[in-house]
Design a protein around this ligand. Sequence first.
Ligand code: 0T9
Length: 380
Amino acid sequence: IDKVPASQRGPWMTFLKSLATSKGDIASITAPPFILSSTSLTEYSKFWAELPDLFVAPSMVVDPEERALAVFRWFIATLKGQYTSRNEALGSEKKPLNPFLGEMFLGRWETDDEGTTMLVSEQVSHHPPVTAYATYNDVYGVELTGYNGQKASVSTTTLNIKQVGHAVYKITKFDESYYISLPSLHIEGLFYGAPYVELEGSTFIQSSSGYSFKIDYSGKGYFSGKKNTYKAKMFGPDSSSKPLYTFSGQWSGKSTVKDERAKSEKLFYDATEHTIVPLEIKPLEEQSPYETRKAWAKVAAAVSVMDYDTIHVEKSKIENEQRALRKQEKEEGREWTRRYFTLVDSDEGLKKLASGAGITADEKVWRFNRDDFESGPDKC
Ligand code: 0T9
């Protein structure tokens, strides 16, 4: 427990004990202040497009095989932000704020070469937590929509997380879609008070063009002595079991691609050569009360000075308000109306893509209502 501030060692041990008996309901356990983050989970949707150049790049590639490679490069590039950015910025993984139903995180990236890339993220379920998101760039005609939730379980000192949901990346010009599944992960280092994420298992990317990827993840010591490693295979539309390309290396560092036909190997992606573009967010005064930063401002301020009492008081205010809303909805026999996403049946196209990747698509998926957002009051 060397990374735990001396004054919080007792509370940390209590936290670990509650975790062990929690059956994975992490949100309901109070954690000591040093491990709390002032960032809500609705913000995590931004990790998909913090490298706008790689996000739009596939739309400029005419050859379908090269295009699929560009999509895969962007995907690999997103992992560093998604899974290591808290560690890099804050020294360890932190417990995110648990979003309330209807919470939104909205922003845009403005870059010289790509123009505007929009982000709309909305908490569409509180218990279990589910975040839906859309991120799109009209200059290049690319769009990513998806949703995700987590199922947690505990085994002795590790926390295991299975992600529920998927993402779909679309390129308008080529009328092409990519179904992307999400990796399972576990939290290491909990005992020492220095938690970090390790990805595990496999994920899949299936393109409507027929190309597909299988990605295997591992932590330190399994494939190599290095952390954040992956191995992947790209298959052609003929669905032969022989891969066209194989990839290996670190997603947070360098990885290489081997052309299995030409037997040549070269650098595929080097995460250290790319810097993220920060998302632009409206100033607090202009945000709606449902926007993440506005709604959590007082809690976030208290977290940054580790003022536990204020954290507790301000969190309770939000929770009580939410309880009152749910009670009222129940009495009036209605449900909270999600703003920009609707739960719909999976369509045949999606089911086909998922099954191509060897996955059964969820019966219901969250669909982005782009027109409502574009014409609504929250457009930023
Ligand atoms: C979607 C991502 C997800 C969210 C986070 C498991 C986790 C909440 C979900 C899966 C993003 O696209 C990618 C990255 C990190 C994931 C988080 C890591 C984490 O620790 C939390 C959980 C809920 C905890 O906060 C565990 C308790 C804490 C003491 C450990 C720091």
